[in-house]
Structure formats: C-alpha cells, structure tokens
Design a protein around this ligand. Structure first.
Ligand code: ADP
Ligand code: MG
Length: 364
C-alpha cells in the first residue's frame, strides 16, 4: 500500500515589501518538493494580507461557582480570526474542516512572515512549521535586538546607534561616534529595502527619512569594510554550518537593485575562496549566532570579513531566500545536499520540534 503523502502547505507572497522575492523563492521550493512524498497545498497571501488557496463568543465563562472559573464550551461555536479581516472572526462550527494540513512551510520574507507574527498563528493553530519559532523569528528580524543579543554573547558586530520614531541625532554626532561613511537602515526589513550608505550631511536627512518609511525604529551603523561572506545553518538543537559563500558586489553596496535587478550587480562565489582556518571560524560563529538568536530549522548568517581576518556578524535571515540563484540552497548543494533533500530535512526538523514541544507539560 502506498504511504500516505504528507500535506505540505506552502505559504508565500505576504504583506511585506519583499512580496515579490517571496514569490520567486516559493516557485523554486514548490518545484523542488518531492511530489511522491508530499501533497503540496499552495496558499498565497496578497499585499492586502488576504490568504488565498491556490489551484484548486457566546456564553463562555461558567460563573456558577465564583471560586472556580472554567470554560463552558457546551453549545459554543468555534471561531477563527480572519487574517487581515480588521478584527473579523469566522464561525467555524458549520464549516467543513476536513482539509487538514500536516506541515506549513512559510516561504515569506520580511515583516508579517519572518518576524514571528505568522509563526504565532501557526503555534496557536497547533501545527508543525518550518523554521524559527516566534522568538527566533522576532529577534532575527529586528536588527537592533539581534545585535544586542550578539554583543552580549561576545560575537563581533559593528558599532551602531538606534533611533526610535521621534528621536533625532545630528550628522556631526553620528559621524563622531561611527566615522564616515555609515549605513542607515530600518530595524525590521530585508532585501536591502530602505537602506542607504551615507557619506555626507546632504545624504543624511534623506536616508533617515527613507528608513523611517519602512519602520518606526532605525539603525545607523558603522561601515565595515570587508568581503561579504554568508553561511547556511541547518538544524534544531545541534545545527550544522555549510561551507561559506561570498557575494562579490560590483556596486557601492549590496542594494535591492544589485540583489534582484541588475544581473551584473553581484556574483556569488561558492564556496568562498578562504583558508581552512577562516572557514572554521566563520562556521563556528555562524552556528553560535544561530543558537544565541533562538533559531531553528534554517537560517543564513551573513557577515563581513575584514583584511586583518576579523569576521563581523551582520545579520541572520530566518527565512533565507530560496530563489534559483539564492545562496542558502546553493551552499547546501555545494555540501552535497540538493534542494529536494534539503526540503525533506527541513520538513522533518519541523515535525521533530513539534513532537518535542507536544510532550511539554501544560498542567501542574
Ligand atoms: N554596517 C555595514 N557595513 C558595510 N556594509 C553594510 C553594512 N550594513 C549594510 N551593508 C550593506 O548593505 C547590504 C544590506 O544590509 P543588511 O543589513 O544585510 O540588510 P538586509 O536585511 O536588507 O539584507 C549588505 O549586504 C551590505 O552590502
Ligand atoms: Mg542582508
């Protein structure tokens, strides 16, 4: 008898400015999922936040004994929060809910997908899902909080200043603290959206304004002059690191345009041309970063390698790009793990974590 196929829901698109990148990543993931093992269910999220299935109240508190509050679920309807329904709830009691899914694979980038919000929904829905959970996702998305945790763990990072909405700093002060040039970026974004390299006062105000368009918190970062090295990490409690790869940027920096539009903007060197000693150091720091930031499943750790051999961690991506030219899957391929096998591993890690968490006591 044929084994029952696991139903994998691939979630893609989303409300963030990285919607389009997610579509490209998802296409690649969907194509590579082994159809002999999985039934793939497509759920697209449009820019308004509505979930679209691809191809195909009441008296709840029982107060009869005031000392013993308990839920009275008799004759109560089951409801679900409607995503982006401005607080709308849907009555599920009359809905046919047989269409269960086994695992969710979020292929979403940026806010609402990579920041713990949708992960919280998965947890509430009690379903295994690929990648970091609520905390790891939230921390990994927030460059301010992420950098503070890394600093606490003695992981080398650049100097930075954080500004919250309404807070200001003069160009002179920023220059004094960080030197020139420096980078201005939203705390919660990705794909280089809203990021500018600032060299003079003229660019400064514009860059601050631009970053605040995408988030209520922004970072001003010291410029680290180094090679851009990325490392793929995979696993739950005992994660492993791939060989590092290098992004050779033929531009001022690795901007949105360089990443996705200009074909000659950057080239990937896989594996990066590095000494064994440096590879080891980068792998160790990448795994440490992944653990410190509470990540699970997958994560791509990016950093800068300076001329004197120091490796600064720049950031982690808790749902790394999965397009056909993306570094995360390409690095694993270079390690002998082709994309379909990598996806198998990610799905089994999701199930393994779920089973482990199901065993936790919920009463005393
Ligand atoms: N502190 C920095 N020093 C040097 N280059 C930087 C720095 N911060 C950002 N950059 C450049 O901008 C790119 C995008 O910044 P990053 O922080 O990785 O944001 P994102 O999450 O959008 O990818 C980097 O790949 C690098 O080219
Ligand atoms: Mg980056």
């Amino acid at each position: 008898m044929a084994k029952k196929k696991l139903k994998i829901a691939v979630l893609f698109g989303g409300k963030s400015a990285e919607h389009e990148v997610s579509l490209r990543s998802a296409e690649n993931v969907i194509n590579a999922l082994n159809k002999n093992k999985y039934e793939v269910i497509l759920i697209g999220i449009n820019k308004a936040g509505q979930w679209i299935l691809g191809d195909k109240g009441g008296k709840l508190l029982d107060k009869t004994n005031p000392k013993l509050y308990k839920l009275n679920t008799v004759n109560s309807d089951s409801v679900a929060l409607v995503p982006q329904g401005s607080g709308a709830i849907s009555n599920l009691s009359n809905v046919n809910s047989k269409n269960y899914i086994d695992v969710i694979f979020p292929v979403l980038h940026g806010p609402f997908g990579e920041d713990g919000t949708v992960q919280g929904m998965f947890k509430l829905a009690n379903i295994p899902f690929v990648g970091a959970s609520v905390l790891g996702s939230a921390v990994g998305m927030n460059k301010d909080t992420m950098k503070r945790l890394l600093r606490d763990a003695d992981i080398p990072i650049c100097k930075f200043i954080t500004l919250k909405h309404g807070e200001k700093i003069s160009f002179k002060k920023a220059k004094k603290k960080l030197g020139i040039p420096f980078f201005i970026k939203p705390a919660n974004m990705g794909s280089s959206v809203g990021i500018n390299k600032v060299k003079n006062k003229k660019d400064f105000d514009k860059a601050i304004e631009e970053a605040f368009k995408f988030d209520t918190k922004i970072l001003i970062e010291e410029f680290i002059n180094g090679r851009e090295i990325e490392c793929s990490v995979l696993g739950n409690e005992n994660p492993i690191a791939s060989v590092p790869g290098e992004v050779i940027v033929n531009d001022e920096f690795y901007s949105y345009n360089t990443k996705y539009i200009d074909e000659n903007g950057a080239t990937l060197e896989i594996p990066a041309n590095l000494s064994q000693k440096t590879i080891k150091k980068i792998q160790q720091l990448s795994v440490k970063t992944f653990k410190v930031l509470n990540c699970e499943g997958f994560g791509r750790v990016d950093g800068f390698l300076t001329k004197n051999g120091k490796f600064y961690i720049s950031e982690i991506n808790t749902i790394p790009g999965f397009t056909s030219i993306s570094m995360y899957p390409k690095l694993w391929e270079a390690n002998g793990l082709p994309l379909p096998k990598l996806l198998d591993k990610l799905i089994s890690l999701a199930i393994e974590r779920f089973k482990r968490e199901q065993k936790l006591k919920t009463s005393i």
